[in-house]
Ligand binder design. Sequence first.
Ligand code: SF4
Ligand code: SF4
Length: 305
Amino acid sequence: MYPVTIEFLIEKCLKYGMRIENIFTNANLLENTRGVVNQLIEAFDLTFYVSVDGLYQAYDGFRGKTNAFHDLCSGLDILEGFDAKLFINVLLNKSNLHQLLDIYTFMKKYHSFKRLRISNGFNLGNWVSNRSQYRISMEEEISGIKELIRMWVKDGKPCEMEYGHLFRHLFGQTYLIKDIHYTKDSLCCEYYKNVCVIFPDGSVTPCGLTYPHYVCGSIHSDSLAQIWNSPKMRKFKELKISDLSIDDCNECKYLPMCGTGCRGKALLNGKGYLDIDDTICSLYKHGIYDDFESFVIKEVINESV
Ligand code: SF4
Ligand code: SF4
C-alpha cells in the first residue's frame, strides 16, 4: 500500500461521492501507513483483503523477503486493532498446500477475520516467476481443500469461505457452482458486474485478473465515471456467454455450470479473453468437479440439515 496513491484516492473519492469498497494489500507496509488506514476505515465501510500465502519461512520464501511474515503479522495486528473487516486470500501452491489447515487455524485467533478465500495460481504478480516451481495439480488442490472443509465444518463454520468459483459459503448459505445455471444470455462476469479494480499505478480494469492485458483507463488521466462508462469497460461488463461463440462450448452439457469459465484466466493463460478457459474446462471434462460436488453435498450441505 503506497501512502501517496491511497491518500490521492481517498481525496478523489470523497470529492466525487465515490465509495471505496475493498483494499487488497499484503499488509507488509501497514506499520508505516497507520494514519491512512485509520482515514480509510473512518471514511468508508470497507473490507481489507490480505494475502496470506503461507506461514513463517514458507511465506518469506514465496514473497522472496526475509521477515516478510513478521511484517505481515504486524499488519494483521494493526487491522485487528482498528477492528477492520478482514478477508484472507490464499493462493494455493506447492509451498503452502500442506500448511492450509495451519493458515486457517492461525487466522482464527483474529476476531476481525471474516472470510477465507482460496484460489489457485494465475499468471500475475509473484506467481509469474513462481508458477513452474510451485504449481500443483487440480487433484492435489481439491484433496487439500476437502481436508480444510472437513475441519471448518467440525469447527462450526466460524468464517465465510470461498474456493475459486466452485464453492462459496457466504451469509450463512452454501453455494455450489451448479446452483448458478448459466444460460447463453448470462453475463460472463455476473458476480463482478458492478465492480472495477484500481491498481497502484492508476490503471483501472474490469477485474483483478485482467491486469495488465485489459486496462480500460487510468485515474491519472480520466475520471472514474469516464472509465466506467467507456466502450472498453462496457464491452467486458456486458459480455454475454452467447457473445463468445466458442465451438467446444456451444453444445457442451457442462455449460450451465461452467459458464465458459473465467475470462481473466483465458487471458492470463495466453489466450484472448473471448477464448476458452482451459483450467475450468479440464475440471469439468475430467470429472473432478462432479466428485467435489458430491463431497460438498454430503459433508457440508446434508450435514447442516
Ligand atoms: S466444460 Fe469446457 S467445453 Fe464445456 S462449456 Fe465449459 S469450457 Fe466450454
Ligand atoms: S474475469 Fe474471471 S475473476 Fe474476473 S470477474 Fe470475470 S469470471 Fe470473475
